[in-house]
Design a protein around this ligand. Sequence first.
Ligand code: C2O
Ligand code: CU
Ligand code: CU
Length: 508
Amino acid sequence: MAGIGAAGVLSGAALIPIASAASTGQKKTGFAPDVEIALSARPAEVGILPGSPTRSWVYRGRVVRGAGSSLVSVPNSYLGPTIHVKTGQKVRIRFNNHIPDESIVHWHGLHVPAEMDGHPRYVIPQGKSYMYEFEVRNRAGTYWYHPHPHGRTAPQVYGGMAGLFLVSDDEEAAAGLPSGAFDIPLVIQDRSFDADNQLVYLNGQMMGGMMGRMGGFLGDRILVNGQPRFTLPVATRPYRLRLLNGSNSRIYKVAWQDGRPLVIIGTDGGLLEKPVERSYVMLAPAERLELWADFSRDSVDSQVGLVSLPFDAGMMGGGMMGRGRMMGGGNALPNGAGFTICRMHIQRRERAKFSLPARLSTISRYRPQAAVNAGRPRSFSLLMRHMAWTINGRTFQMEAVAADERVRLGTMELWEFTNPGGGMGMMGGMGMPHPMHLHGKQFQVLSRSGVRHAGYVDEGWKDTVLVMPGERVRLLVRFDDYPGLFLYHCHNLEHEDLGMMRNYYVQS
Ligand code: C2O
Ligand code: CU
Ligand code: CU
């Protein structure tokens, strides 16, 4: 990106200086990494369905320095290798871009300096590399990485580019949860394939493509860890299951098929203080959910399905546009349809003396009165304007920050997202769910109003929050450590690519 260099960004009347890639991420520093990884993105053919392999874009990597266990590849999958690090470790990752498109990697959920966050202004073309160096300051949790070039995130993620970034720490170890072979990530994604097993992405008619993007892409096959009809062989004992919704737009209403309650132990930003139970949980794109799944009362050879229950995603979210039939998209599995995500096959008996910990971690709750704008939330309305999804009527501009998008370093704020769509009336027809995500921060959900669905787990740390039509969500977020330009956006990736994304600026 020539031209960013020493430039600033024009914002209202003020010029905000922005560090360039050349002067930050890319120069030699005194940084001494504990773990160094070479991560590349490249085209690959991956066997997903029986028959022809599927042309994909994948992340592949190798450990250059540090424990070999820092990188674990996902067998038979387009998914990128899982990165395993500990809180406090210094990580260096050299990203080499070998796909015929510009790209940049974003570490979703990680608290890192602005120039390490994968902002689209740092994209690099094919053949170039970008050096990331940061200290892991997050608590233990299930984070992930994916591309973030503006306007190209959705097709690149869809093509296969995504991986998990798992952080562990002492507090997590002390909780005594199932580990190793009993700690299993489940990355849930939807895809569509043509007769030759190639990925199909919004390549229909003009209108089909446009309407598909407005509604968000929905595939008609559910893949888990990159595989169709995923079945996990398990023993009669407890497991820790880490769910990531890595889909572009699909929301899952996660439940056990036989109606047993979900026991939730963690969310986006790691473990809850104590386990909670729900009959189902809404899992929107980019959200994570950690489950305690105990199969000790199941009989050997039985199966338990993890399902997505039917729900009302709003007219655009799951109906006319999401389904896309009228518009030529031809989607057979609308948002809100019910289906099986994957199955647990209880294969063998094992007597593991493991009980669900009563206490998992410590979370100090933010006090709303401590927010610098207590009582005056910084509010963002999610609106359709001129056939585009906007935030407060605005769409993405690479370096622009509006007056109401500047915050002060070291402060805690009250933010509010309002999705005015929905309701039962005529206007409700334009409503769509928007999973709103803040870069670089974990926040706490303070309150919700207008909730018709329930199924939320707001007890823990979050970086992405689902705002259904008619809902308003208030959250508390602290802007510590790192000044600079960060993103907030809808994590429906088609919405993001269409510009439902903005910068916020942390002023020191
Ligand atoms: Cu996973 Cu900008 O986000
Ligand atoms: Cu992110
Ligand atoms: Cu959206």
